[in-house]
Design a protein around this ligand. Sequence first.
Ligand SMILES: Cc1ncc(COP(=O)(O)O)c(C=O)c1O
Length: 463
Amino acid sequence: MSSTTADLKRIDNQFIHPWEDIAKLGQNQRTVVDKGDGVYVYDSDGKRLLDGPGGMWCVNIGYRREEMAQAIYDQIMQLPYTSPWSTTSAPAVKFSQALAAEAPGDLNHVFFTTGGSTAVDSALRFVQFYNNMRAKPEKKRIISHKKGYHGSTYLSASVSGKERDKSALDFADELVHHIDPPHSMWKREDQSDAEFLDQCVANLENAILEIGADRCAVFVAEPILASGGVIVPPEGYHARCLEICRKYDMLYLSDEVVTSFGRLGHCFASEAVFGIQPDIITNAKGLTSAYIPMGAFLVSDRLLDEVKQLGGDSAIFSSGFTYSGHPVAAVAGLKNLEIMKREKMFEHVQEVGPYMQQQLQTLRDIPIVSDVRGIGLMGCVECELNAGDSDLAMDYEIGDRIDKHCQALGLIVRPMINMCVMSPPLTITRQQIDEMISILRQGIEMAMQDCIDEGIWSLEQAS
Ligand SMILES: Cc1ncc(COP(=O)(O)O)c(C=O)c1O
């Protein structure tokens, strides 16, 4: 390790990173990532690493796009900022128009935010506003999934349902009700696919009946639960849930922060992959491929028309950010979409996505691999030492070891506890997928061997 790298790591230990274990502050040895090119990043010692998670499901067009840098530079020289309250800019106007054109149905209105959490938070505030305008102030409950992730502001974190994140912080529990996710691992052996689907949908309807439909405002769902471990719902789930929402006068918010902008081979996945036209879609991440932070929610003509009619002389949605519609971020968004279309990236994902899934499935023969699932360019390899009796410390143990080995072999995995999530840049080739899977196999097998050698686990314990 060079002295510069050592210094950077030492000084970095003063900073509080997301999900920091404060008890271990000062001991972390985070990789210093120095540069990126295509699907690879390079650490500060020059080591090349294939970026398995694609940043955090966000560097969709890949690293080091010169024309993107140029567009950002030009916009900064032209106009780096203007207030979204009293003025607008051509990039913000053009980008909102482009998003509305890509979005399903009548989702023609765009509200720009600074990232995914603020997109979800703002969209939920819009739902509250909508029901207040309809003189239904009691209609405020939000239903979402256990294992769902929707962000890190107070409201978006409250809507998130990852149990393992809920131990030491406060949440707006009075506003949220979590239902079981449609997780195929939880399907009983005696259940048919149709029965399992019915049960998943009944979870939503039963929750509404229990709370009272007049108190339920919105169902918030990721098309695929991303950070919860790439949970792919049974076919027809979202369409059936939308029907339930319509039946009980609830809105459907599709959180496409991860699934939009090509991850599943389409600009938006809600309609193209799942056949639904939600009332609201949130997005971020691939929206600008992370070159500049930005988020947005899109809302339907129908809802806005209703608010307009009900509001009379005044219907002020008192919510927004200094950086809403930031011109430089909007230019990055426009350039991102232009590159995706010109390079036929959605079609490319439709072609290589199934190949990645097929190759990931070959890892099932490793004894500690308990499940492999995914769709498009989202995949998850779940590893467990105590299959069926998951223990947080053991799960961290195996995840950390996989991380260490894969990184030494040239692949960033950064497992979410014990789940190796792969969501590489959309430009990944078949050959690079082979490289990714081959390293992942070696990393998992080496981590398993460590556990055997250290007496933590034995092959007899494999399920
Ligand atoms: C589905 C989903 N929604 C919202 C968010 C929050 O986005 P951000 O981290 O940009 O605030 C995330 C982040 O991972 C996400 O996966």
